[in-house]
Design a protein around this ligand. Sequence first.
Ligand SMILES: Cc1cc2nc3c(=O)[nH]c(=O)nc-3n(C[C@H](O)[C@H](O)[C@H](O)COP(=O)(O)OP(=O)(O)OC[C@H]3O[C@@H](n4cnc5c(N)ncnc54)[C@H](O)[C@@H]3O)c2cc1C
Length: 390
Amino acid sequence: MNVISRHTWEEGDQAQLLAAIDRWLERDVKPVVKEHDHADTWPAEIVKQMQEFGLFGATVGAEYGGLGLPATAYAEIVMRISAVWMAITGIFNSHLMLALAIEKFGTPAQRRRWLPSLASGEIRGGLALTEPDAGTDLQAIRMTARRDGDSYVINGTKTWISNGIEGSCFALLVKTDPQAQPRHKGMSLFIAPKQAGFRVGRKLEKLGYKSIDSAELIFEDYRIPADHLIGEVEGQGFYQATGGLELGRINVAARGVGIAEGALRLATDYAQIRQTFGKPIAEHQAIALKLGEMATRARAARLLTLDAAATFDRGERCDMEAGMAKYFASEAALENATESLRIHGAYGYSKEYDIERLYRDAPLTCIGEGTNEMQRLIIARQWLKRSAGA
Ligand SMILES: Cc1cc2nc3c(=O)[nH]c(=O)nc-3n(C[C@H](O)[C@H](O)[C@H](O)COP(=O)(O)OP(=O)(O)OC[C@H]3O[C@@H](n4cnc5c(N)ncnc54)[C@H](O)[C@@H]3O)c2cc1C
């Protein structure tokens, strides 16, 4: 069972929230997305509006001031925003992974202390796991935390951390026992606010996923009180850091669905306006076949994602379902973005049209929350296990 108790959302509440998000996307996001994306500027006004919607507490329990949304509603929000601008979902998605780690694994005192200001967006942050020499193989991280009286002293470097510059607090994965075997037994997860000893190394330049900051974070004799260790027990960090992966994968799947649907929408509109040989290109069979395939992929991705989210909401194990959704939807995003760009002809290659942004943003969904190479291995492992028990 999911340990987090959730406020019961009526269908009417959800419909109202989704309608408000749709209006906001039309009125406030669409007019500024191109300018922000091309200049790679942080969208302060949009972040403030997302905060007003309560998105920084979207999945946090109502008792801590969050919206306590079920995963199905959360996924629907992420899909809709991603169809317009996927990058801004990262600003609250990564933050919610930090909140989830505290809500799921923190002590009652840690939940009371941190969750209300995380849910309101007063404190914003993310999840700091990856290091220069450790991404997929997370257990190879080198960052260490040494106990010193009532504190821990942390040294090392993290990289590729979303919200690294604008955020002020991170869930930080470290080794408290670098010699431990198996390696995961020596790993711990800390709540790490920005203060002396914690600085940003550099902002990382990217192909897409602009405007959200990705950064290298450097920790030099960074000292924090022992009560910042999540759960206040050493050796649980690997389990805690990966314990939010089901929701994390549903979230990346929803981003993929958004891009796949957004790319389809752009292609559909364009194919009915653009004429060649005396008719709209949508009426040429080669283009119609592409649209048929794209529509099928987008729908399949949506259904897989909602199925994984519904399984999560029922409190059932859904690692395989979430993995399938993440894998399929992110590949659908990449394929639909590519096909949509081709349907746009030369204009797909122009910075004046939106499809080039979706085309640059899509590949990230194949990398984040477990690469798609790993995803298929994880799905296969689960599949074999469940098949053996059937
Ligand atoms: C824009 C962006 C934002 C990010 N945000 C965050 C963040 O907020 N926090 C954070 O901690 N990290 C973040 N990351 C890092 C991300 O999680 C890692 O990039 C990802 O886990 C892959 O790690 P890697 O890049 O080190 O690739 P590697 O682990 O070096 O993998 C390289 C290639 O080898 C494959 N591979 C590796 N091992 C195996 C295996 N056993 N079998 C088969 N194939 C294998 C991989 O699939 C990949 O194709 C972000 C990355 C990007 C690009």
